[in-house]
Design a protein around this ligand. Structure first.
Ligand code: GDP
Ligand code: MG
Length: 165
C-alpha cells in the first residue's frame, strides 16, 4: 500500500497544500481547491482546523530564527479563522503545486498563480505548499495520520488525465 506521504517521482506523488486563515476568512477555499481539481490532481486528504501552537511551530521550524516567526505562528493559530489542510496527489504535484501557488511574496508572483491573482502581501499570502519531497513527507505526516485521514482512491478520470503514452 502507498505510504500516506505518497511516492515522489511517480503518479502517486503527494504534497501538503493549505489555505491559511486569511484565505479562509476571505472565502477563497473553493477557488484554491478548484484550481487543483481542474488541473487534474486528486484530493486524498482534507481537514479544517485551528492548528495548535506546537503544530504551527513544527510546521515552520525552518523559519524559527526569522524575525517574523512569532507573528507568523500567532496568525496561523489565533483562531480568528481556521486552516484548511489538504493532501493532493498526482504527477509532479510537489513542484507544480508550488508553481500554482506562485512566489512567496505575492507582489513578485506571476499572473495566473493563486498568489499572483488573489493576494498582495507576504504576510497574508493565503496558501501554503510543500517545497520539496522531504518537506511533503514531513508536513503530510505532521498534519495528517489519524486512521482514515488519507484516502487512497482511484479516480475514474485517471486514464484521461495521467498517461505517458
Ligand atoms: P512559502 O514556502 O512560499 O510559504 O514561504 P516560506 O517557507 O519562505 O515562508 C513561510 C511563510 O512565512 C510565508 O508563506 C509567509 O506567510 C511568511 N513569510 C515569509 N517571509 C516573510 C517575511 O519576510 N515577512 C513576513 N511577515 N512573513 C513572511
Ligand atoms: Mg515554505
Amino acid at each position: 500500500t502507498t505510504p500516506i506521504y505518497g511516492v515522489p517521482g511517480t503518479a502517486k506523488e503527494r504534497t501538503f497544500i493549505a489555505v491559511k486563515p486569511d484565505g479562509v476568512q476571505r472565502g477563497l477555499v473553493a477557488e484554491i481547491i478548484a484550481r487543483f481539481e481542474r488541473r487534474g490532481y486528486k484530493l486524498v486528504g482534507l481537514k479544517l482546523l485551528v492548528p495548535s501552537v506546537g503544530l504551527a511551530k513544527e510546521h515552520y521550524a525552518d523559519l524559527s530564527s526569522k524575525p517574523f516567526f512569532k507573528s507568523l505562528v500567532e496568525y496561523m493559530t489565533n483562531g480568528k479563522a481556521p486552516v484548511v489542510g489538504m493532501v493532493w496527489e498526482g504527477p509532479s504535484v510537489i513542484k507544480q503545486g508550488r508553481v500554482m501557488l506562485g512566489a512567496t511574496d505575492p507582489k513578485a508572483a506571476g499572473p495566473g498563480t493563486i498568489r499572483g491573482d488573489l493576494c498582495l502581501s507576504i504576510g497574508r499570502n493565503i496558501c501554503h505548499g510543500s517545497d520539496s519531497a522531504e518537506s511533503a513527507m514531513k508536513e503530510i505526516s505532521l498534519w495528517f495520520g489519524g486512521r482514515g485521514e488519507i484516502v487512497d482512491w482511484t479516480s475514474n478520470n485517471e486514464e484521461w488525465v495521467v498517461s505517458d503514452n
